[in-house]
Ligand binder design. Structure first.
Ligand SMILES: [Zn+2]
Length: 369
């Protein structure tokens, strides 16, 4: 999952127009899980991008390999990657709900008429796996054995991270309704109403989820050969979660990373922040030109791996120091100052999400799973 969006993410971009967002942005919680700015120079050739007027935008990264990003009112959660093989299709990640996964399947028909035979889950977070149930049993759903274990134990639809993004939906909807009653400007009302409709639909869609774990697992690596294509599934250690798998296409030089590295700052609430730094180091040994992340746009700049390592190292060290001094997590979350990374990440003021510090405190206290 991505970090909670910035203020302008609170209302769907299509509905923005020229409205006075500042008036309403603080009143509602983040509604956008599905996008994160990738920064300049990160987008594949715009001529290769197409939305077809639907819920997803498909960008060709290399021939036959697409980045699919939710751009409509339907909440998609993570990106997906689409790998079209000689006789079949492999998808990486299944979005946040069966409705989102079904919409992707429908729109996929504009790219290929080959059947989806494989789905990879990069990790167990709900926004990457809660569409798994739409695939029939003969589709192989590939993931790390830890990912299967967490989902099978009910971990993808419970716990702190789930509650902070999904459990808050009824409250978020109530606040949007209350806000709508206080706004008179027509364009703001229209934008709020559209967001409200989207969130109500999303709430109904998440209630349809039946968590469905991978039916094919790996512990360190697995390789598929599909015609000319070699598709490697690789686990290098704990990071964003305990079971992050990256998908590497060595011939096409594409690396699909889930949330191990994203276009912005990845969510940390279930991370192994110290081990994550070392896990990222392994990515540097792979041959690739493109990184296709779980959130945000594909990018080519390999230096970003080092930037994220630097960020994680600094975050870890600052938080350890506050922990040693006995500061409560709430205060540490306000005081951790990551502004020295502003050249590479969207950091504008001191402070990090409380869940980030809570998680690091758990790791330090030996209380993390
Ligand atoms: Zn995630």
């Amino acid at each position: 999952m991505s970090r909670i969006g910035r203020a302008r993410d609170l209302i769907h971009p299509r509905a923005l127009g020229a409205i006075a967002l500042a008036a309403v942005a603080p009143l509602v919680a983040a509604c956008a899980l599905d996008d994160e700015a990738g920064g300049p120079g990160t987008r594949p050739d715009s001529a290769a991008r197409a939305t077809n007027g639907g819920q997803f935008e498909f960008s060709a990264v290399v021939p036959g390999v697409y980045h699919a990003r939710g751009v409509g009112d339907l909440v998609a959660g993570s990106n997906a990657a689409v790998i079209v093989n000689e006789h079949d299709v492999l998808l990486v990640d299944s979005h946040i709900s069966p409705a989102a996964a079904s919409a992707l399947l429908e729109e996929l028909a504009t790219l290929s008429d080959r059947p989806v035979r494989f789905v990879a889950n990069t990790h167990w977070h709900f926004d990457h796996v809660h569409g798994n149930q739409v695939y029939p049993p003969e589709v192989e759903i590939i993931g790390h054995e830890a990912t299967r274990a967490v989902i099978a134990a009910g971990g993808s639809n419970s716990g702190r991270s789930y509650e902070s993004f999904i459990g808050v939906l009824p409250d978020r909807i109530a606040r949007l309704e209350a806000t709508l009653d206080t706004v008179s400007d027509d364009s703001v009302r229209a934008a709020l109403r559209r967001t409200l409709d989207s969130q109500r639909a999303f709430h109904a869609q998440v209630r349809e989820v039946v968590p469905t774990p991978p039916n094919t697992t790996l512990s360190e690596r697995l390789t598929l050969f599909r015609g000319e294509r070699e598709i490697r599934f690789l686990f290098f250690g704990r990071g964003h979660t305990e079971g992050d798998v990256v998908v590497h296409l060595p011939r096409e030089r594409v690396l699909i990373t889930g949330d191990l590295i994203t276009a912005g700052i990845p969510y940390m609430g279930d991370g192994f922040v110290d081990e994550w730094i070392e896990t990222l180091e392994h990515l540097k040994s792979l041959d690739f030109e493109w990184i296709v992340p779980g959130h945000g746009m594909p990018f080519r700049d390999r230096e970003r791996i080092g930037h994220l390592q630097d960020y994680l190292r600094d975050l870890w060290n600052q938080t350890v120091a506050f922990h040693e001094r006995g500061l409560p997590a709430e205060e540490a979350a306000r005081r951790v100052d990551m502004r020295s990374h502003a050249d590479h990440f969207d950091v504008r003021e001191p402070g990090v999400p409380l869940l980030t510090v809570t998680r690091i405190y758990e790791l330090l206290d030996g209380a993390a799973g």
